[in-house]
Design a protein around this ligand. Structure first.
Ligand code: CAA
Length: 258
């Protein structure tokens, strides 16, 4: 496994774990973090032995945002020329399902990183928000686009325009978080969920994630056309035959591609 300095990377069974590890900066996302998280996620994505990825932080902070100190002296020219947050596109493009296990602060880029994942599990201590407006900027890692899709225009507008931070219960009510669990149980819950996904057939998991992604990016008619084709294509896989015959024979499926 590659050497990383700002993240801990570990494979447990069929689950790849990426733990943000810049405790002195509440896991603020600087260029090195974005490079390392994206590299680790891409490596897991290429490994057919990995069926799900968990991204997490510390008890105190998932991530308190993009690194403000790194950005402070940037110019518009340099921001655009270097595509400052471009590395995250690699992370957002992985085919493997990614679970964000969020404890503590998920602010700015931290909230945006969680939203690049497929499922957000939150500890009851989690806090979500897009406070960039307080710094004289706006969200820059997808927040203005993904938060609206997650919680609707009006809720997103309030959060982005006011910079207000919401707690885990409000985030769950808003549809950003799929489940809130006691902080002490967060990693065990994330692990159980990741393992259950990693036990499915990979072709159907990839197809499900691609169809969900398509729903975020296109019209209903285009999305339904994508789903129809993807659904049909799975009938050419051995795992579809196995899944359905296992159902008929009243036994658990033994998927080949996992
Ligand atoms: N960037 C760089 N350093 C950060 C940071 C960030 N986003 N967030 C926290 N830190 C650092 C602090 O500077 C501090 O370091 P020092 O001890 O060297 O001063 C350390 O982490 C601990 O932070 P605090 O002392 O501030 O801890 P706290 O418990 O008093 O407050 C907090 C916690 C409310 C999260 C506060 O740290 C905070 O408001 N952080 C910034 C949140 C923010 O504005 N995020 C958006 C960033 S911009 C962005 O993300 C753009 C984008 O869309 C991609």
């Amino acid at each position: 496994m590659a050497e990383y300095e700002t993240v801990l990377v570990e494979q447990r069974g069929r689950v790849g774990w990426i733990t943000l590890n810049r405790p002195d900066a509440l896991n603020a996302l600087n260029a090195q973090v974005s490079r390392e998280v994206s590299h680790a996620a891409a490596a897991f994505d290429e490994d057919p032995g990995v069926g799900a990825i968990v991204v997490t932080g510390s008890e105190r902070a998932f991530a308190a945002g993009a690194d403000i100190k790194e950005m402070e002296d940037m110019t518009a020219e340099r921001m655009l020329a270097t595509d400052h947050f471009g590395e995250w596109n690699t992370f957002a493009a992985v085919r493997t399902p990614v679970i964000a296990a969020v404890s503590g602060y998920a602010l700015g880029g931290g909230c945006e990183l969680a939203m690049m994942c497929d499922i957000i599990l939150a500890a009851d201590s989690a806090k979500f928000g897009q406070p960039e407006i307080n710094l004289g900027v706006i969200p820059g890692m997808g927040g203005t686009q993904r938060l609206i899709r997650a919680v609707g225009y009006y809720k997103a507008a309030e959060l982005i325009l006011s910079g207000r931070i919401m707690d885990a219960a409000e985030a769950e009510r808003s549809g950003l978080v799929s489940r809130v669990v006691p902080a002490a149980d967060l990693l065990a819950e994330a692990s159980a969920l990741a393992e259950s996904i990693a036990a499915k057939s990979l072709p159907s998991v990839y197809a499900a994630k691609a169809a969900l992604d398509t729903a975020m990016e296109t019209t209903l008619a285009e999305g339904l056309a994508h789903e129809k084709t993807a659904f049909a294509a799975l009938f050419d896989t051995a795992d579809q035959k196995e899944g359905m015959s296992a159902f008929r024979e009243k036994r658990p499926p033994e998927f080949r591609h996992r």
